[in-house]
Ligand binder design. Structure first.
Ligand code: UTP
Length: 292
């Protein structure tokens, strides 16, 4: 069986963002800014760098800010042009030209699996990427690009995974897996456990917010029984997918930040700002003086 090229990326962005209240009361979490870019733009740029040409954003309440961000801004552009601010005009233009973006709505936040299911008609019968915008992966080769390359080898669903030490593993979906002999980055997945106790975790390989899924996943999500709060879990659907197809874990090269959490967001802000050519030196000097 040969698959088509991966062209589509789904961004579930309809969660309530309760860990970031009150900031997320009227603004979607995905629009919080790391340095000078909203979280979702980091993800969209990563998907485009991986070769995706169609971006599907699953929105909930307050979707206008996201739509406006990726749309043309005639008044702003005219004002920048009139002032001769070409560099800023280029920045604004480049956001609206990133990719073809379509929006679909998740009427109620019924879980990540449910959010992905909302994209079923738009994705159709082809493999696709899923990026959770609050996971920011800082990498030389964009994480999703690494995964797409691995997909072209395996032709199977791939879940990005990170080794998590100690008790912290209990916050993740965890893979029951064995290494693949001829590719040190790949893990052969046999099962997975959602948020296990430390002593019951099948491995240290946590699933993070980057997936490539075959279209059969939609059938699986539809078959999954809702869990607590009526939520449809994506991991339950992937477990079911395992009964039909191979699924791989993937150790990407790069550093992930959980920007959906206040402390993770602060750490990501500092690390990304320090790496910026325009801001890094000044910020570093200031940090050195800072009395901690
Ligand atoms: P999270 O659990 O990190 O997001 O879901 P959340 O529910 O918004 O955050 P907290 O825990 O209340 O702070 C991961 C991703 O899945 C999306 C979220 O928007 C986030 O990008 N999601 C989650 C949906 O789109 N729909 C849902 O029903 C649940």
């Amino acid at each position: 069986m040969s698959y088509q090229k991966i062209r589509k990326a789904v961004f579930p962005a309809a969660g309530l963002g309760t860990r970031f209240l009150p900031a997320t009361k009227a603004i979607p979490k995905e629009m919080l800014c790391l340095v000078d870019k909203p979280l979702i733009q980091y993800g969209v740029e990563e998907a485009v760098a991986a070769g995706c040409t169609e971006i599907i954003i699953v929105t909930g309440r307050d979707k206008a800010a996201m739509e406006d961000h990726f749309d043309y801004s005639p008044e702003l552009e005219a004002a920048l042009e009139a002032k001769g601010k070409q560099a800023l005009l280029d920045v604004v233009h480049s956001v609206s030209k990133l990719a073809r973006i379509v929006y679909t709505r998740q009427p109620h936040p019924l879980g990540l699996g449910h959010a992905v299911l909302m994209a079923k008609e738009i994705v159709g019968d082809e493999p696709f990427c899923v990026l959770l915008p609050d996971d920011i992966v800082d990498a030389k080769v964009p994480c999703m690009k690494q995964m797409v390359e691995a997909f072209y080898e395996t032709q199977s669903s791939i879940l990005a995974s990170e080794v998590v030490e100690g008790d912290a593993i209990s916050a993740y979906g965890v893979l029951d897996c064995t290494p693949v002999a001829n590719n040190p980055r790949l893990l052969d997945v046999k099962g997975m456990v959602e948020k296990p106790k430390f002593e019951e975790a099948p491995s240290q390989n946590a699933i993070i917010g980057r997936y490539i899924l075959t279209p059969r996943i939609f059938e699986m999500i539809e078959a999954v029984k809702p869990g607590a709060g009526g939520e449809l879990q994506l991991t339950d659907a992937i477990k079911m997918l395992l009964q039909h197809e191979k699924v791989y874990g993937f150790h990407y090269e790069g550093k992930r930040h959980d920007a959906g959490d206040k402390l993770g967001f602060l750490k990501a802000t500092v690390e990304l700002a320090l790496k910026r050519e325009d801001l890094g030196p000044g910020f570093r000097d200031w940090l050195k003086e800072f009395p901690i």
